[in-house]
Design a protein around this ligand. Sequence first.
Ligand code: 6CS
Length: 354
Amino acid sequence: MQRILAMIAILATLTMIGCGGGTGDGGANGAVTWKFAIEEIEGSVQHRYATRFKELIEERSGGRITVEVYPYGALGTSSQITELTQLGSVQLAMASPGHLGSVIPEVQIFSLHFVFSDDGTVNHEVLTGSKRLYETLEEAYREASLHLLGIFQEGWMAWTANRKLEEPADFQGLKIRTMNSPLLIRAYELYEANPTTMAYSEVYSGLQLNMIDAQVNPVFAIEEMSFYEVQSHMTLARHLPFIATLTTSPAWFDGLSDEDRQMLLDVKRELDGFIFDFQRELNERRLDVITSQGDIEVTELTEEQRAAFREASMPIRDQYRELAGERGAKLLAILLEELERAENTAAESAAASN
Ligand code: 6CS
């Protein structure tokens, strides 16, 4: 019931600000508005993505297109934003795979621990450059009434907790909040934790009131959501980069003029590199804030400690194949192959430059 009431409130807001009609061919000069909902607050990686997107689209369309950015909270939770995109009430929205797992099981490939390269540049190349990965995943998005426009990283996920987390056994019984995805739950069950899901906006109070003991998010988010203020330990395990996807309403995307669609694709391509550099710098800066201002012990796991987690996480690959079916198995094979190829290329060019 609460969910239905929340959706009604959001739809009422959209009606007030003018949803459908405002996005069509618009007035006499063809003016249109593109509504862009994000899952993070101002100052975040997604916010920088959306504001740069707005600047570029408005500039290149000569002011004909206005992009309205709705930060986290304005139009509801991640799941509600996804529903609005499926309905076509917003044209563009960020959708973290961590919240999409029950809608698109295959996307949980981006929640697998210790599958990605330790080298962020290698991950970047594969996530933004692999046509096979994109096309296979886009098929699955379409079946869920979404169009997949882009995939990008927001930085390594880090664990914060009220205890040290240096080996899988440290997770035993730990009430850790994860995003709302069946595979993420299973991933932490493999470490014998007691995972639970809740909305992003409730995590801070959940930690403060000891309803949960731990959470997992990229460093920039741990800083801006103040999670580090209510936790005693932060662990950098590089088990998984936080990956976001940019989605659009399929009907809207297909109905764009050739010129506007090309402009959109060009801007998206430009943002691939822009956001990769931005998140790297932002995460570094925010880690400095946490270590210099926070009363939290920050630990970077050694390779030996990471190896113990990697081993404990291995069964998750079969669980993913089970949950995501044939297309999921195909996606995992593609991802592993592409990562290996990109790592070999990176190693070759490093050797050549020595
Ligand atoms: O933990 C979450 O739910 C959220 N974390 C980030 C960094 N972005 C969006 C997501 O909803």
